[in-house]
Write a protein that binds this ligand. Structure first.
Ligand code: SAM
Length: 226
């Protein structure tokens, strides 16, 4: 481009101002792009999951995985990761002897990545990555469950886990603890912290609380409590 033309073009551009319509078009374009990334890459397969239960993909780092595994020491049996992402926790659990090792995940890209990672590690076909909604699967036969989900969904998950898991089950939570449960054991610091909950203990505490709240009103109505 000739210098004269360049100067003309610069002057022309400087003379223009962005109209409200231009700004609206730009905002619309950015909105569509953000939606495509969200719906097509981060959250495909989530159409049927209520918005308040949707959790995006943030993989556990190696310290977080290690902490969850340390809470599983001495245990065996079925291990399930609810929302298994790229499958790293399931793979690690399988390598440490948990059978079967299962991940439930809705994002098909992450399921493919999980299978690829399992194949690369030599465990293809040995670990299971299932395209299932974690809110709809039955957990009654799971002895070990890991959960790296958003704090907003944990109260709902407490209800599901207590209703379905057996007394022998242990649940490991990474990043955020369950809001109403008392952990049996805690490892790690900061963002790498992980909490273990033995369902028998959690169930007992819930039962005691229920019985306590049934006793207190009757005592107070009998005039025994000030
Ligand atoms: C924070 S990531 C954790 C991934 C993996 N557990 C890890 O720690 O590396 C949460 C994962 O849960 C998946 N997820 C969220 N809601 C789900 C649902 N209803 N059913 C199955 N997977 C779900 C997301 O796609 C995402 O991969």
């Amino acid at each position: 481009m000739e210098p004269d033309n360049l100067e003309e073009l610069t002057a022309d551009l400087q003379g223009r101002t962005l109209s409200g319509w231009n700004l609206l078009q730009m905002a619309g374009g950015m909105g569509v792009a953000a939606y495509v990334v969200w719906a097509g890459i981060l959250m495909p397969g989530f159409r049927k999951v209520p918005l308040k239960l949707q959790v995006p993909y943030i993989p556990a780092n190696s310290k977080q995985v290690e902490n969850v595994m340390s809470l599983l020491k001495g245990r065996s049996g079925k291990m399930v990761d609810l929302g298994s992402g790229d499958g790293r926790i399931v793979l690690e659990a399988y390598q440490r002897g948990f059978r079967p090792a299962v991940g439930y995940e809705l994002n098909p890209w992450l399921l493919r990545l999980s299978s690829y990672r399992a194949w690369r590690a030599g465990y293809y076909g040995k670990v299971s990555y299932l395209r299932e909604d974690l809110w709809k699967v039955s957990l009654s036969d799971c002895k070990n469950v890991s959960v790296f989900l958003a704090p907003s969904v944990l109260p709902f998950l407490e209800t599901k886990l207590l209703a379905e898991l057996s007394d022998e089950a242990r649940v490991m939570a990474g990043r955020f603890p369950f809001p109403n449960w008392t952990p049996t054991c805690i490892v790690g610091e900061g963002i790498a912290r992980a909490w273990a909950y033995d369902i028998k203990t959690v169930r007992q505490a819930a039962q005691n609380k229920l019985e306590g709240s049934a006793v207190w009103p009757s005592l107070s109505s009998a005039g025994q409590v000030a």
